[in-house]
Write a protein that binds this ligand. Structure first.
Ligand code: SF4
Ligand code: SF4
Ligand code: SF4
Length: 607
């Protein structure tokens, strides 16, 4: 199948909005590129609903169509005719654009509303002939893609009647005998798939890209508007509005036929899922489904250059005009005309299921997914904030196990991890404070040691003074002993005993000198040791200062981390809250649909 939705991945910021709006599991693949989360498309699973294009604020997603090829082939002279979706009529300058295309060489311009009339006729005759239990309408190729890829059990309910656009193309080829290549001026991105599957239409020229081309190339449009080369269509013009098919069928069948409607993002695919699970007895005869909440007039490939209310007003005027102009007689004549001219089988299509990657996982794997997401408690497993793009944590656990998403994309897991870091930071602040206190205590004790060292130094200084005094006394004593021994020698035998005493005194003086000398040695060593201890204390004191500064810086940083994480958590919480309100968006879409439902039932419309 042709890849329609494309991306400029460099622009992706990993906001996950595309996953949230995507109706298909696994159509988006989350991965990390240099620590930045990116989300890319899985073309095989994409159904081309176009929701992610509108929702992406970063202009990552875009679609491809055939506008360039069509204009280039036209310039080369290839014979091309086209049919135009009714949406062109609610675009400012739309009919002038058609006139410009005529001037570029387009052969015929057909209003696709004629195909819508044929589509209604074919539905009426199919229902009358087959009395089907339940039919799902199929004007939207994205919905057909969804059923062919993911809801095979519903293929039997898909209406076999071609879409209004295809009915137009078939009418052009088979009944108007048009041999030109056929281009569709279309409001829908996914039509390219329908054209590819059925083979009648060569170019899907989307209204949006055609308008861009005209604007980007400064093309001046002619003042005159173009008309169509076919007779005016009737009720088919209602088709491009939500509930258009329903109005058409009710015009014929009245209210006896039960027709349920579902339209738009967040509603239609969920309704189809519910339909597949429903008791068949509960199903409506016709399930009228549209991919776009406001119908094809505001389709996926329409640039809304007038406001939605102005569009609704134009559609309302058009509806009133149609209901005023065409009555039941006209309707019956139109059906009779088609009965005579058309072969029902020409407008019937067949469907083939498409194979896609299996998304089945066992409950054991889901548990493993929860583990990878660090989810163990019930609250963690059912946090369901949808920030990761998945609607529930269960879906996320599954996506992680299928490799479609990554655990780092779970805001709750990040929240818990940040909380852990926060707790560590808080406990580190306490540890740093304790350390600071310990260091102050050691600093105080170092001060005391310093004081002791001063006392010790003073003691040693006094000791040195005393040693010097002792040395001086010993020197004098030695001199006295020397003199005494001289006098003892002079006294001869009478001084003998005195000589012994003098000798002893001399020896004591010599020993005193030795002791003093040893003390001086000890004193010097002690002095050196005290100097070393003092130097050490000075160094330690410097280190305390540095350690104190570092701890204080550490404390400040940790406090900042704690504060910023607190702020971060608040911000994350806000994101989660926003996400929840975004996740609730479908309900507002439902309301819008409900509104337009009321709008459909304007008083003029009574049957
Ligand atoms: S919407 Fe999707 S594609 Fe766009 S920026 Fe966000 S994650 Fe990326
Ligand atoms: S186009 Fe639709 S199906 Fe495809 S990725 Fe986007 S949202 Fe999903
Ligand atoms: S907590 Fe939110 S972000 Fe995490 S898996 Fe669940 S839904 Fe996704």
């Amino acid at each position: 199948m042709r890849k329609i939705i494309n991306e400029d991945i460099a622009k992706c910021v990993g906001c996950n909005r595309c996953i949230r709006v995507c109706p298909v599991e696994g159509a988006n693949h989350v991965y990390k590129d240099n620590d930045v989360i990116k989300v890319s498309i899985e073309p095989e699973r994409c159904i081309a609903c176009g929701f992610c294009i509108d929702t992406c604020r970063h202009k990552v997603r875009f679609y491809e169509d055939d506008t360039e090829q069509f204009l280039s082939d036209l310039r080369r002279g290839e014979p091309i005719s086209l049919f135009v979706a009714p949406a062109i009529q609610v675009i400012e300058g739309g009919m002038q654009m058609l006139m410009w295309l005529r001037k570029q060489g387009v052969k015929k311009i057909i209003d696709a509303s004629i195909g819508a009339d044929i589509c209604t006729w074919a539905h009426i005759r199919y229902i009358e002939k087959n009395n089907p239990h339940a039919v799902i309408t199929q004007p939207c190729p994205a919905i057909v893609n969804y059923i062919l890829k993911y809801k095979h059990s519903l293929i039997r309910y898909l209406s076999p009647v071609h879409s209004p656009m295809l009915c137009t193309a078939i009418w052009m080829k088979r009944y108007d005998r048009n041999t030109d290549a056929i281009a569709a001026i279309s409001p829908c991105v996914a039509k390219a798939h329908e054209f590819e599957q059925t083979g009648y239409v060569k170019y899907n020229v989307t209204i949006k890209n055609l308008m861009h081309y005209i604007r980007d190339n400064d093309i001046e449009l002619p003042e005159q508007a173009s008309g169509f080369d076919n007779r005016e269509a009737a009720f088919g013009r209602l088709y491009s509005m939500p509930g258009g098919l329903k109005e058409n069928l009710e015009f014929y069948f009245g209210k006896n036929l039960r027709i349920d409607q579902a339209e738009g993002q967040g509603v239609v695919y969920e309704s189809i899922d519910a339909y597949a699970e429903e008791n068949p007895a509960m199903l409506p005869t016709v399930f009228d489904v549209l991919n776009c909440g406001e119908g094809c007039n505001l389709g996926t490939a329409v640039e809304h250059n007038i406001s939605r209310f102005a569009t609704h007003s134009m559609m309302d005027d058009s509806r009133k005009q149609i209901l005023k102009t065409f009555d039941r007689d006209y309707y019956n004549r139109m059906l009779a005309h088609f009965d005579q001219r058309l072969n029902m089988n020409d407008f019937i299509r067949k469907y083939l299921p498409m194979a896609t990657k299996s998304m089945a996982v066992t409950e054991d794997l889901i548990e493993e997914g929860y583990q990878r997401l660090h989810k163990s408690t019930e609250i963690q497993k059912t946090f369901d904030c949808a920030a990761c793009g998945c609607d529930t944590c269960y879906e996320m656990a599954k996506a992680v196990m299928l490799g479609d998403n990554i655990p780092e994309n779970c805001i709750q897991m990040l929240h818990d991890e940040i909380t852990d870091v926060l707790n560590i930071a808080v406990s580190n602040i306490s540890t740093a404070t304790l350390l600071e206190n310990d260091i102050s205590e050691i600093q105080e004790q170092s001060g005391t040691i310093s004081e002791f060292m001063i006392t010790l130094t003073e003691g040693i200084t006094k000791f040195e003074t005393i040693s010097k005094s002792i040395l001086s006394i010993a020197t004098h004593t030695n001199l006295v002993a020397l003199n005494a021994s001289i006098e003892a020698a002079r006294a001869g035998i009478h001084g003998k005993a005195f000589a012994v005493v003098a000798e002893e005194v001399q020896s004591l003086a010599a020993k005193s000198k030795e002791v003093v000398s040893e003390s001086e040695e000890i004193s010097k060593k002690s002095q050196k040791a005290i100097t070393a201890v003092n130097d050490l204390l000075t160094n330690i004191s410097g280190s305390y200062e540095k350690a104190n500064i570092s701890i204080s810086v550490l404390n400040q940083s940790l406090s900042k981390i704690v504060d910023s994480i607190d702020i971060d958590l608040d911000a994350k919480k806000k994101i989660a809250d926003t996400t929840v309100s975004q996740a609730q968006l479908p309900e507002s879409v439902t309301l819008a649909s409900d509104d337009s439902d009321d709008y459909d039932k304007v008083p003029e419309y009574t049957h």
